[in-house]
Design a protein. Structure first.
Length: 236
């Protein structure tokens, strides 16, 4: 059976062509982000470029894996509101666990700054327009292209291959954590909670066999981060 049916457990099958294209898309997005930071352009222009790159990455990933996203959405929207409420509760629980682990690691380690998951947003926070564009890929685009790449490409399509399923589960989780290096100010130890976050998302996909559970949970998780940031700015 072909693994392009996201609902049923397929036989081992890895789409190398799509996987390669997905990797190139993500590498291009990362390259654009690094170039935008290297050229020392103003915050607003940088935020616009990063927002456009994130949205373009999302569109390309969705187009590439539309044959999975479309039937998965048809299945997911059944009892939609009940599922959204359950995923909201799940995302809140995951957020609390990640925050606790982050705090424990920060207190147990000699960090140069206080623990945060949005340190790369801090300089932008004082510029409303720049903040809006910076949060667009974080809130909207990332849940789509990160779940497609880290969860489907790097794990889900490998899960039925004996030893490779476990290996790719580990690799995808570690890479997801390292991809959030800048979110924690370059503190390697603080990427561990993101690795555990990636692991939890992978297990959700494994259990539900529908990528929309991941996308929605990831979106709600990011939304909670934005909400906490907004509250923090209001209290300053």
């Amino acid at each position: 059976m072909d693994n392009r049916n996201p609902i049923n457990e397929p036989a081992p099958y890895v789409d190398w062509r799509k996987s390669g294209l997905a990797l190139l898309i993500l590498v291009a997005e990362i390259a654009i982000e690094l170039l935008a930071q290297a050229f020392k352009i103003n915050l607003l222009a940088q935020s616009i470029i990063l927002s456009a790159a994130g949205l373009l990455t999302m569109v390309c990933m969705m187009y590439l894996y539309w044959d999975i996203l479309r039937p998965a959405w048809t299945a997911f929207r059944t009892h939609l509101w009940r599922r959204l409420i359950l995923l909201l509760l799940l995302s809140i629980g995951i957020k609390i666990v990640v925050a606790i682990i982050m705090l424990i690691l920060a207190l147990a380690s000699p960090l140069k700054s206080s623990p945060t998951t949005t340190t790369n947003i801090a300089p932008i926070a004082m510029n409303t327009k720049a903040l809006f564009f910076a949060l667009t890929p974080f809130l909207l685009a990332a849940p789509f292209y990160e779940e497609i790449f880290y969860r489907h490409v790097l794990y889900y399509q490998w899960r039925a291959r004996r030893g490779w399923g476990v290996i790719m589960l580990f690799i995808s989780s570690v890479l997801f954590g390292l991809a959030h290096w800048s979110n924690v100010g370059g503190h390697a130890l603080l990427t561990v909670p993101f690795m555990l976050l990636g692991l939890s998302f992978a297990l959700i996909y494994r259990q539900q066999q529908n990528i929309w559970y991941n996308i929605i949970t990831h979106f709600m998780y990011n939304a909670s981060t934005v909400l906490l940031l907004a509250v923090g700015l209001l209290l300053v």
